[in-house]
Design a binder for this molecule. Structure first.
Ligand code: SF4
Ligand code: SF4
Length: 300
């Protein structure tokens, strides 16, 4: 059964005000879902409302404001058990025989605790610091500590050299997002922000694009199961190395970027042949014990 004969009503109605429409076809170019289609014979713009997701892009790009998107009149909101969304999900899974996967968290309305986190440091000192008048120190160091800190009291400096440390001006780092899962521009934005804030970004498992090397002092290089982009230069360039163990943020078990979706630039950065799939299983297939992990750390 295809999308036009699946007996499921569209969610949205796409209404064009024919009196206002000039036929400029901006809506055809604006819609990523192919809802508006230019027809030659007779010359007019046809609409496929089943593909509309109510993103409102065509509405705002229409120079004549001739478009309106409305809920489809006969589609109800369901009941508290059978919500419209639940019925939609079941219909989609029945049509495709697959399970629904989505990244970027869950679409279910679970509480987002991060939004309720309040960092109130005013009570950590006595008397409490007034952050409007007194500077507050948020700097954090990551790294091992020496057993005993030897200090030259007269010169007021640490005598022993400290083990390697990472200095974070704010106690927040960007988590890993690879080139290929996000664009180079997005990665550059994270790199710039990390450098500006005095913290770190993480290039993820896709290797480090050469345009990011100027920000390497603020970069974590990730070593994941696919070992994409990992060589001596990569490991030596970054400020720190992270070994990714487990699934990370994406759904499913491991990652699979099909070869046809990988650009030449992404292939080059990942050090894989152009056109080949990039497969990164959730577990490392060479780590089955703590000794294996030790060997990987030693090799790095
Ligand atoms: S963008 Fe607006 S004016 Fe242009 S063809 Fe589409 S509906 Fe008509
Ligand atoms: S609202 Fe979005 S999905 Fe729907 S027709 Fe317009 S551009 Fe396409």
């Amino acid at each position: 059964m295809d999308a036009t004969t699946n007996c499921v009503l569209p969610r949205y109605q796409v209404v064009r005000d024919e009196a206002a429409c000039t036929g400029c076809a901006q809506c055809v170019r604006s819609c990523a879902n192919g809802v508006h289609r230019l027809r030659k014979d007779p010359e007019r713009i046809a609409i496929n409302p089943r593909a509309c997701v109510n993103c409102q892009r065509c509405v705002v790009f229409c120079p004549e404001l001739a478009l309106t998107i409305r809920p489809w009149p006969q589609v109800g909101t369901g009941s508290s058990t059978w919500t419209a969304e639940a019925m939609d999900d079941i219909a989609k899974q029945a049509q495709t025989g697959g399970v629904l996967l989505s990244s970027m968290g869950t679409p279910a309305p679970y509480p987002i605790y991060w939004d309720h986190l309040l960092l109130n440091a005013s009570q950590v000192t006595n008397p409490s610091i007034d952050p409007l008048r007194e500077p507050m120190e948020t700097r954090v160091f990551l790294g091992s500590r020496p057993e005993i800190l030897k200090i030259n009291e007269r010169e007021r400096r640490v005598v022993e050299p400290l083990p390697p440390q990472l200095k974070l001006d704010v106690p927040i780092m960007f988590s890993a997002m690879s080139f290929g899962s996000i664009s180079l521009n997005a990665q550059k934005a994270l790199a710039l922000a990390a450098a500006e804030l005095g913290t770190f970004f993480n290039v993820g498992e896709g290797g480090m694009h050469r345009d990011l090397e100027p920000f390497a002092d603020h970069a974590f290089a990730q070593v994941a199961s696919g070992r994409f982009g990992v060589d001596a230069h990569y490991l030596n360039t970054a400020a720190a190395i992270e070994i990714k163990i487990g699934q990370g943020a994406k759904p499913g078990i491991g990652g699979h970027l099909p070869g046809e979706k990988i650009s030449a630039e992404v292939s080059r950065t990942r050090m894989i042949p152009e056109g080949s799939d990039a497969i990164s299983p959730a577990p490392h297939h060479d780590i089955y014990s703590i000794e294996d992990l030790r060997q990987l750390i030693f090799s790095i």
